[in-house]
Every structure is written in structure tokens, then in C-alpha cells.
Design a protein around this ligand. Sequence first.
Ligand SMILES: [Fe+2]
Length: 302
Amino acid sequence: MSARVSDLQYVGLAVPDIAAERKFFAETWGLVEVGERAGKVYLAAEGTSHPFVIRLRQDSDKKTDLIGFSADSRGDVDALFDQVKAAGAKIISEPGSAEGPAGGYAFRFFDPDGRAIEVVCDSAQREARTLAKGEAVPVGLSHVVLHSPNHKALAEFYERALGFRLSDWIGDFMVFLRCNSAHHRLAILPGPPALNHVAFDVASVDELMRGLARMHQKGIELSWGPGRHTAGDNTFCYFITPNGNAVEYTSDLEHVDEASWVPTTYEPGPSTIDQWGTGRIITGNVPHAEMTPDKGLWQVPA
Ligand SMILES: [Fe+2]
């Protein structure tokens, strides 16, 4: 069996106005700041043991710096490094000591679109806290959605290189991939190579609605939602951060039984992406799409 990553661990973002993004994630969105080092701010999610889930850095342009995936052991990191090399990816750094405050053992590479990716194990874990009922803050990171000009080839790359498995398709334009029992930690859409959104799990639809109310009170405009998707069966509310990053509160993401799961290809259509039909009542909007290539492509992360 090929080696597999075991979770989505963090997303690193560069933003022109780091003060605004930092305030948004820490005070409004509900992450907790866990450190600042060498110009980078690290934020964790209360309900998960990953040392951080968002890494922020100031830059003149908005960029996706890095996406981090967890591996279970050093042996897996080494095996994944071999798979990534065999898949033809450009290597940034070979397995060794991880950068950042949580340490660990990691390597970095560029995916075929030029996104910088890290695979890491043995990071110092945080003590996760059980959230109170109604506490509308992220339990953890849920998934990232990417655009790619070669979305089918990119999905195959993540399957081959990092051991992702196919969960479902919507038509032939959106593919959902898992690396553990969560229905998707990664999904890919056509388009210029860019980040579509970063999603955070909240405990239930109750916390999703309370989170929506808090965003409204804080003046963060709802971009799309509330609603429930079909692929993954998860609820959604999308917002845009002060620097223009799309973020999602989601709940109830389906869990997959690895032995028995059979992927479905859903018929594209409004009721597929929005089962309840509620997603556009407030916003009137179609889902957010990124129209320009990410400015961080093929850049060794700072
Ligand atoms: Fe999402």
C-alpha cells in the first residue's frame, strides 16, 4: 500500500494587512493566537491538537504561502517524499527538521500548479479543548478547495503522491478527496491556479448559525449561505476576510467507511451545491470563485 498523509494540518497565508487579518482570525473568527516568530503569526483551533491551523505573514501581495499535511510517522514522511519525487514534483526541501514553532520532521515541494506543500510529522501537539455547546468557534480545520487549470490531473497527482482517495465528483468539474475518514480535506475545481477557500469545522448547525450571527454583528458580510452541500453533506456559511480570503464555517461533514465507500458522481445543479435551497436567499450570490492565479505560485515559502 502506498504511503498516505493523515490530515490537513495548516494553511499559510501572506496578506498585505496582517493586523486586520490577525484581528479577524483571533477575535472574530474564533481561532486562538499561539505565537509569533520571524514575522509569522500562528493561530490554532481550540478543539484540535494540531499546533496551529493558520500561519499569517505580511507581504505586499495576497498569496497562499504553504499548505501543510500531517503524516503519522517519520517512516511515512520518508515514503511520501519518495512518492512525491516519483510523481515528478519539484522538491523544495528534503525530509529534515521542520521550520516553525512546533518543530517536527518535514519536507516541502511544489505541486504541479506551483503550490508550496509541506508534509510534516511529530509536530508538538496542543491540548485540545472540548468546546461548550453553542460555542461558535472552529473545532479545527476542515478542508481546502483549490482551483486548477488541470483539475483532473491535479487530483490524480494528490492521489498518487500523497495517497488521497476519491470520495465523490460533481459532474466532471469538482472532485472531493479524502486523506482520513472525513469526506474531504481537499477539493479541486477548474480555474486559474488559486485558493478557492479554507473551511473550518464548527460543532453543529447550531454553532454554524450562531457564528453567522456573530459575523453579522462584527460587520463581516456573508458571502454565500447558510446551506447544506450534497457531496459531503456538510452545512456551509462563507465569508471573506479583510484581505480577501474566502473562509467557511461548516458542520456535519460526512464520515466515510474506507472499506465500503463507493464514489458518486452527482449531477451538477443548484440543488447539488445547496440542498436546502437557502444559500442565495440572503446573499443573492453564486459561490465565490478566484479568477486570477495565486501570486505565491513557485515561490519558496518565506
Ligand atoms: Fe467548503
